[in-house]
Ligand binder design. Structure first.
Ligand code: 6PG
Length: 242
């Protein structure tokens, strides 16, 4: 039975990103062995990544943290839209993380091939059996204005995927493929943290958290045997009734 979501409302964006950074650090420090984290893309987490590379740099156990991506745009790693490029500029390029600790989605190639390759890298890293799913220690997600997370967009084919770990997903509204982890991977995680900031997210956050008839992709993230934490700032939470 999935646990109830934990909702943490932080006063300001800065407090939100400090709380998120501390979650990663506290979980990584106590983990024996490798700590696996999947990063989200978009604009919100950039401040988190900068904070980890800056003020929190000396608290992160960089040698044991292994970085993955929940999704990627179908672009090369140096493209302005690349989630890898954003994380590299904000964090990786500024900290003593080893290249072998970073698992980039090779989205410069054919989207389906990129998905197959990434899926294989997960199977290898987590030593999975053929029908197994990886258990990430931590997955960060953002909430899109339409209620999507990762690149699991409303109405897109990947919403129904329950066998594959990573798929190419055609996103009609952008007329492009994305590469994304699937719900089974997200829901096998030990901890999923949604980071949501800003008044422009308030209406959708109310829908996701308080309208169980909404049928939104974010609502399908319910770790089967793990924690689900919504970390939101006051502006994003302004539409919540409780
Ligand atoms: C991406 C992200 C996506 C993002 C949401 C929120 O590749 O864009 O993975 O799921 O988290 O769209 O984006 P913002 O943080 O920019 O609002």
């Amino acid at each position: 039975m999935p646990a109830q979501p934990e909702i943490r409302v932080l006063g300001t964006p800065s407090e939100l990103f400090h709380a998120a950074a501390d979650q990663l650090i506290n979980q990584a420090v106590v983990k024996n062995g490798k700590f696996s984290v999947a990063l989200s893309g978009g604009s919100t987490p950039k401040s988190l990544y900068s904070l980890l590379a800056g003020e929190k740099r000396n608290s992160v156990p960089w040698d044991k943290v292994y970085f993955f991506f929940g999704d990627e745009r179908h672009v090369p790693p140096d493209h302005p839209d690349s989630n890898y490029r954003m994380a590299n500029e904000a964090m990786f390029s500024k900290v003593p993380v080893r290249p072998e600790n970073i698992f980039r989605i090779h989205a410069e190639q054919d989207a389906e091939q990129a998905a197959l390759d990434y899926e294989q890298s997960l199977r290898t890293f987590f030593s999975l059996k053929p029908s197994g799913f990886p258990r990430f220690d931590l997955i960060f997600l953002g909430m899109g204005p339409d209620g999507h997370c990762a690149s699991l967009f409303p109405g897109s084919p990947a919403l129904k995927e329950n066998r594959r770990l990573v798929v190419a997903n055609w996103v009609e509204k952008f007329k492009t493929d994305r590469i994304t982890m699937t719900f089974p991977v997200l829901n096998h995680a030990a901890c999923v943290i949604f980071l949501t900031s800003g008044a422009d997210k308030a209406t959708m956050l109310h829908e996701v958290l308080e309208n169980d008839k909404a049928d939104l992709p974010c609502q399908k993230v319910r770790p089967v045997n793990g924690r689900l934490i919504w970390m939101v700032d006051k502006a994003a939470a302004s539409g919540l009734s409780r």
